[in-house]
Design a binder for this molecule. Structure first.
Ligand code: NOJ
Length: 567
């Protein structure tokens, strides 16, 4: 297997992190090494060889810090300790070493818009201990009337009244995730110091959670109605966000050869450019959400009406804008992650064409400009699960959204949103990784913390590795192709036939190299007859149908057929 050298080059534009393929691990659901039903760090280490075989370069580890798990680790109670369920700091060091031995890198999750309410800072702040009073957003007010109308991403108000301090505190997410007050220089010092602490331990970068929400406007003004959650236009890209991120970059990241990926919901290409590179705040990449909205109803992701339909031209328009218009910035293309449903169920066909469509999605992802992010299980085409009742769900966001709908009288029972939840929930991505067809999909010897998807006897790693034609092998080959072809990493992107409702076709070009990607993103045949592209000397680089070479380029494409040709 070829992997590009992981040393940074002197060429300003050429970077190891641009040439990398990232694999995201949700540790709780990846592999359980000790039979307690919860995935853990030794479990990830046990699978490093597996990840190396797949060919990925960077592992993004979702939070493994100490946490009471109100939001599965995104509520951190100690930034310098490992969650007991996941193991010890020594286990974490073993994982880091195992990755580095194989020339792979480790990206950690940096969750500093908020902490857990069980973090020592919050405990001290709620007791008004000297120096900690202003670590969070505290506001006076009657216990019946929140200080403003902002809503939480987890449903309900963004405010909770604290009986200890007898004040309200702000939490844009769960009530157990109070927002840190970045206006306080001591808070920024603490954050820089913990970032430095992890960088010194030898990690290779951070994915920065909820990064566009860290600055809130003076006076915390009410939000307008019609946006979800209420107030988002006030706290997204707030007045001092650039100052805070730039400062963090200068104090920490800029001194290390690391990659930074900022998660930014509610972001346009224009806004993204302001954060990226030296001319911005020093960030390397932005995870935007525009394409995650294509199948939402008019009221946003949790609107139970009008979801599920999406148009390929609209999707192409979004993706092409990000591919083309980011200037010197760099993309972080993804189709799924731990906050989204399974990609083959959402953007492909998880029935008859599961294999073909999963491979098409892989082709799209790995021929995109930017650093592709593959989420665990995508490489075997894992599908959405079925959740029959509220009790089957774990995700606080899904549960909060349903509770809001019930409270507002929009729906009367779970039965009315069952189909919607089975399409949209974050929980689909969080069912355990399916390693083989034994009990619990080989994820654990114990009782899994979350139910395994029923399809594990058909969809699992062992079977996928045994079958040369599997989705898994296709990912492996695609990753190899990408590592061997600068044009797929650095090449310009040009969209063809923007209005075609079935075909997504584009070229990537770099100097005298050119590649054409043709994707029939539908279950029906589609004719591709480009007029202005010379295909006379083309050869197939990879395809999900094995006879693509013999068929030429100008022709009908079969259901979910994906072909990459060198021109
Ligand atoms: C984004 C994370 O990806 C998500 O899982 C989490 O719930 C929120 N940020 C809050 O940390």
């Amino acid at each position: 297997m070829t992997r590009r050298s992981v040393t940074a080059t002197t060429d300003r534009d050429r970077q190891w992190w641009k040439e990398a393929v990232v694999y995201q691990v949700y540790p709780r659901s990846f592999y359980d090494s000790d039979g307690d039903g919860v995935g853990d760090l030794p479990g990830v280490t046990a699978k490093v060889e597996y990840l190396d075989d797949l060919g990925v370069d960077v592992v993004w580890l979702c939070p493994v810090y100490e946490s009471p798990n109100a939001d599965n680790g995104y509520d951190i109670s100690d930034y310098r300790a490992i969650m007991d369920e996941f193991g010890t700091m020594a286990d974490w060091e073993t994982l880091l070493d195992a990755l580095h031995e194989r020339e792979m890198r480790l990206l950690m999750d940096l969750v500093v818009n908020h902490t857990s309410d069980e973090h020592e800072w919050f405990q001290r702040s709620r007791r008004r201990e000297d120096g900690y009073e202003d670590y969070y957003y505290w506001r006076d007010g009657s216990p019946d009337e929140p200080p403003n109308n902002w809503g939480s991403f987890m449903g309900g108000s963004a405010w909770t009244y604290d009986e200890v301090r007898e004040q309200w505190y702000l939490h844009l997410f769960d009530e157990k995730q109070p927002d840190l007050n970045w206006r306080n220089a001591d808070v920024r010092d603490e954050i820089a110091s913990l970032v430095e602490w992890w960088l010194e331990k030898g990690i290779d970068g951070f994915r920065i959670d909820a990064s566009n929400y860290i600055s809130k406007p003076e006076g915390l003004p009410d939000g307008a109605s019609g946006r979800s959650p209420t107030g988002v236009e006030q706290f997204s890209h707030g007045p001092r966000v650039h100052e805070y991120l730039r400062e963090l970059y200068e104090r920490t990241f800029s001194n290390y050869d690391v990659m930074t990926v900022a998660e930014m919901n509610d972001t346009s290409v224009e806004l993204a450019r302001e954060y990226l590179g030296e001319s911005g705040d020093g960030l390397d990449m932005i995870v935007h959400f525009e394409h995650m909205g294509v199948d939402a109803g008019p009221g946003g992701r949790w609107d139970p009406e009008g979801w599920g339909e999406w148009s390929l031209p609209a999707f192409k328009e979004i993706m092409s804008r990000w591919q083309r218009d980011l200037g010197d910035g760099w993309n972080a293309p993804y189709l799924g992650n731990h906050d989204q449903p399974r990609i083959v169920s959402r953007f492909g066909d998880d029935g008859e064409y599961r294999t073909e469509s999963a491979k098409l999605l892989a082709t799209f992802l790995l021929t995109s400009r930017g650093t592709p992010f593959v989420y665990q299980g995508e490489e075997i085409g894992m599908t959405n699960a079925e959740f029959d009742g509220l009790a089957d769900l774990d995700d606080p966001q899904t549960v909060g959204a349903i509770e809001d709908l019930l409270a507002a009288g929009t729906v009367d029972s779970y039965a009315e949103v069952r189909e919607f939840v089975n399409y949209v929930s974050r929980d689909h991505a969080r069912t355990p990784m399916q390693w083989d067809d034994t009990e619990n999909a080989g994820f654990t010897d114990g009782d899994p913390w979350f139910a395994v998807n029923d399809d594990y006897t058909e969809v699992n790693v062992a079977d996928a590795i045994a079958d040369e034609d599997s989705i898994w092998h296709y990912y492996r080959r695609l990753i190899d192709r990408r590592h061997d072809a600068d044009v797929l990493v650095y090449g310009d992107y040009d969209l063809l036939c923007p209005d075609d409702e079935q075909l997504y076709a584009y070229t990537r070009t770099l100097d005298d190299e050119a590649v054409l990607v043709v994707l029939n993103w539908s279950a029906d045949p589609a004719a591709f007859e480009p007029e202005d592209i010379d295909v006379s000397a083309s050869s197939v680089l990879i395809s999900n149908y094995d006879d693509a070479s013999a068929r030429g380029v100008r022709r009908d494409y079969r259901p979910y057929e994906a072909v990459v040709v060198e021109l």
